[in-house]
Design a protein around this ligand. Structure first.
Ligand SMILES: O=C(O)CCC(=O)C(=O)O
Ligand SMILES: [Fe+2]
Length: 296
């Protein structure tokens, strides 16, 4: 029976039809069951030529912004110096715009976050071999990507749509690791969750990995030479935006000194939204705490 064809639910019918048309039904099922899925190139339709353009754009962006030479990216034996200016890539190359609009990724983002989904941000990963000295910076502990959203319910508020620009063939690639089913907890992980059973993400270049932002994940050290390259894209429900961004300039002179609680209440130090020059990564933890419990 073609239920979508009856056209009675205009919010969901077009999504059902698009998911079927793109052969993404199995991926939708995995997202529901496990909280993540990998859409292979045969389904994304991403060609070797296009993924080559994405790789070139990622590498040249890092080279230009980080003032470094990555011509040895396939064989490099040392880590890439960590940059904070990894965000706001659209202006660097049209391939980043094409990635944001990639039909399979967008169809899944719309399925998870509704037709009014917006792109909340994107960044790149260029990860080289991980030495003991840079282990802490380059291997992410388990976290959820939905910072500050108190748990509960089964609404997907946001999702990560990552385009793999190099192969994730095994643990030595330094891949993302995820905890299957953890999205059902619908909260950020607590210290007691850090020993959860994880699986390493697998997929060839041109695949799109998608996870519910509640899915707990991290990454492992890279043991192979060369760089692992990824374009990370965050999509969110439209309500995940402040009505107004308060700044100190929106207050009268002296108000902040007289009412110091305003700084917290108006979220003046909130890390979001940030510009590409983000320098305050270390200040995120208070905000991420808000995602562990609705009273936090
Ligand atoms: O794959 C990784 O290195 C982890 C990436 C991550 O945490 C993310 O994209 O949200
Ligand atoms: Fe993450």
């Amino acid at each position: 029976m073609d239920i979508a064809g009856k056209g009675l639910l205009p919010h969901v019918d077009p999504l059902v039809e698009e998911i079927k048309r793109l052969d993404l039904t199995e991926n939708v099922m995995e997202l529901e069951a496990y909280g993540f899925t990998v859409i292979p190139p045969a389904k994304t339709g991403i060609s070797a030529e296009w993924i080559g353009r994405l790789r070139d754009a990622i590498i040249s962006t890092v080279e230009r912004r980080g003032n470094m030479d990555l011509s040895d990216w396939e064989t490099r034996t040392t880590q890439v110096p960590l940059m904070t200016r990894n965000w706001e890539l659209l202006k660097e190359d049209d391939v980043f715009v094409e990635a944001a609009l990639q039909p399979a990724g967008l169809a899944i983002a719309r399925w998870l976050c509704g037709q009014t989904v917006s792109m909340a941000g994107h960044t790149l990963i260029a990860k080289g071999p991980t030495s003991p000295e840079n282990m802490k910076k380059w291997t992410g502990g388990l976290h959820s990507d939905l910072h500050g959203v108190p748990g509960g319910g089964d609404i997907c508020h946001g999702c990560n749509v990552s385009i793999l620009a190099t192969d994730y063939a095994g643990a030595d690639d330094g891949p993302t690791i995820l905890v299957p089913g953890s999205h059902h907890a619908a909260r950020a992980p607590l210290p007691s969750d850090m020993q959860s059973q994880v699986v390493a993400l697998e997929g060839e270049a041109g695949s799109i990995a998608v996870w519910n932002d509640f899915t707990w994940h991290g990454s492992t050290p890279r043991k192979k030479p060369g760089l692992r390259l990824t374009l990370v894209q965050q999509y969110m429900r439209s309500y995940m935006r402040p009505l107004q961004q308060w700044r100190e300039e929106d207050l009268a002179p002296g108000q902040l000194e007289r009412y110091p609680e305003l700084r917290k209440l108006l979220a003046i130090d909130h890390p979001y939204p940030f510009h590409e020059e983000i320098e305050r990564v270390g200040e995120f933890s208070w905000f991420m705490q808000a995602g562990t419990n609705r009273f936090a």
